[in-house]
Structure formats: structure tokens, C-alpha cells
Design a protein around this ligand. Sequence first.
Ligand code: USQ
Length: 387
Amino acid sequence: MKVLILGIDGYLGWPLALRLARRGHEVIGIDNLSTRKFSQEVGADSAFPLPEPEERVKEAKKHLGVDITFYKGDVTDYPFLKEIVSKHKPDAIVHFAEQRSAPYSMIDMDHSVFTVINNEVGTLRVIQAILEVDPTIHLLKMGTMGEYGTPSFNIPESIYVDAIVNGMKDRIIVPRKGSSIYHITKIHDTDFILYFNEISKELTVTDIMQGPVYGTRTEEIIEETLRTRFDFDEVWGTVVNRFCVEAIIGQPLTVYGKGGQTRGFLSLEDSMQALTLLLEHPPKQGEYRVANQFAEIYSVRQIAQIVKKAGEELGLDVQIGNYPNPRVEAEEHYYNPEIKILPSLGFYPKKRLPEEVKIMIKDLLPYKERLERYRHVIPPKTKWRKK
Ligand code: USQ
């Protein structure tokens, strides 16, 4: 297959490029390097130093013997995007090229507006490029489990559900409720994709609803220079990755509010496994497919306990802190999402969080001094409610 990865420089984009290339697929990638820039904007950096994209491509060739083509550019720049899609005529486009942080979208109204324009225009342009250049291209779109919110019903893995409203039955889109402007842009992406799938009768899509990903490794990350970025600050870091860094630098683990916030997590390695399966088993031409993507369900409180235990087994003194929740979200709730598509394609989680966090802490320990320097960007500052 020939695969175009939009957002190839990111946490998932880079390891996916390595995985696909190692499996013999031709990989082309685009990135505007905005996550590097936005991480600096909030005074943070990746835990692992990142080579420049051109260096990364060379390192991939050197250690894995693979060729990856990289273009610097922005997917909201339509002439640029169309030119790359026309030139390479990929079989699939993986769309990761969005602003992916909920806190970043909530810094202030300017950041909310940026997130909306960047993410929603980007998705519309990707749809446009596929429909204009070659409608048979499979679009693998990164959405989020957060599109569903935390409802008191079992979250189905489908786009439609039969519902009774005011005593009458109809087929409706599975109710969605974002808990940040970022999450709302993902809901709008789903609406756009579904709509163009319906009116064009051509767009072939896998809309992935993925939970938070954690981890430092994949099978291809065999050298320091092949590492993917790893964020741990309050804006770009996600909960498991943050807790591992906090355990190392002696910062009490930043549990927000009651800590009953529950999500479907998966390791970086299992995310790669899932994405590869979905790419190698595309839906039928013209089909819209939704796939829930996670491996294990945990609450924030449980994760804190797991990281504390792992850290203590490695000789660290780990305290669990308690912080007023900077977000507006349910802190204790029901959570039971369905997952059928990935297991039907042969997906089985290879990694479990308790073992993986120990590996993560070991991988991060040599960078302790570097992590210490960013201590000040760890405590939560970005508040959803401004007053
Ligand atoms: N949380 C803490 N302490 C922290 C960080 C987070 O208690 O130090 C809590 C949050 O309040 C939230 C939960 O942990 O309830 C998850 O937060 P997160 O920062 O790990 O993840 P989130 O903001 O939801 O976003 C991440 C990715 C996003 C992806 C999403 C999947 O940044 O791109 O879409 O996970 S999901 O959570 O299923 O929506």
C-alpha cells in the first residue's frame, strides 16, 4: 500500500510511519511541525530530545532500512495538500494533522478559535482532496472516544442507534458530548465526514474513536534517535505519561478532582497494531466505518495507584496528590463502551498498563535532569471556567 500520513512528526504519526514502512508499505508524510512550536509556546518540550524530521528520515533508513518521504506543509493549505495527494496518489490517507490537546483549546478564546479553524478546515480540505483527486482513497481519520462523552448508557460502536424520542422511534446519530473545544472539533469532523460520505456516495472512511494513548516504545523504536515525542506538561501531556514523569521528579501525582474520571486507554504499541489492522483491512468502497479503539478501562485514581506501585518497585518515593479539577467534567460516572471491530480483525492488546508504566519509568529515568528543568510546566494552570 501507499500511505500518506498527515501529522507524521507527532506522537502517533512517527511510530506509525516506522511500522508501516517496516511492513513494506510506501510511506509519505506531511507535517507543519506545529506541535513542536506549540509545546515551546507553553514553555515545555518533549521528554526525549527530537531530531529534525530530515534527520529522523535518515535514522529510519540507517536503523530499519526503510525509505520515508517527508514534506513540511500545512493540510489547511489546499493547493499544497492537493499537489501532494495528486503527485503520490496514495491508497490511504491517515489524518492525524490536528491540534490534539484539550487544554490547549481551552487556554483562551483565541486558542479555541484556532483549534476550530485548524481542525475543521483541515478535515474539510482532506475530504476535498480525496473527492477531487481519487475518491477510492481510504481515509483513516483520528477521532476520539471523548466524542461520546461519559453517558449513562453503554456506548455503542456504530454511528447510528435506534432511539425513542417523545414516544417515537427513529435512527439517530449516537449522542455525542465533547468536554472541551478540542473534543467538539472532533465531533464536527465526524459530522463532516459522515455528511460527505452520504452525499458523495464515494468517500471511504474509518473514523477511529481512540482513548488516551500512553507509552514510550514500539517494536521499531530500537534506538534513541528513533524515539517519538513524549509530552508531560499540563497542556500537551496526557495522564499516564504525565504521572510517570511526575513519579520520577518527585512531584505528587496530579489527580484532578475526585479522580473517578474513567477512560479506555491503550499503549503506543497497541495503537500501532490497531491502526495497521484498520489500514490493511479497509472498509468497502463508499462505506463509513466507526471503530472504537482502546484496550483497558481505568479511572485516573486507579492509574495513580498503579504508577505509585510501579515507581516504588523501582525505588522511587511516589506521592499521590489531589488538585482542584481545572476542567469541567464528570468526576464519577458510568463508563462502558463497546469494542467489536478491532477484535474482529484480530486485535488483541499486547501490553497491559501496570507492566508498561514500569518500562516507561525505566525509559524516562536517564532523562531525569532534563525533566527536572520542566517541573514548572507540570502543575495544572489551564482552567476551563475562567472565573
Ligand atoms: N487528568 C488528571 N490529571 C492530569 C491529567 C489529566 O486527572 O494530570 C484527567 C483529566 O481531567 C481527564 C483524564 O485525566 O479526566 C484524561 O485526560 P488526558 O489529559 O489524559 O486526556 P484528554 O485531555 O482527554 O485528551 C487525550 C488526548 C486527545 C485524545 C483523548 C482521548 O490529548 O488527543 O483525543 O485523550 S479521550 O480522553 O478518550 O477523549
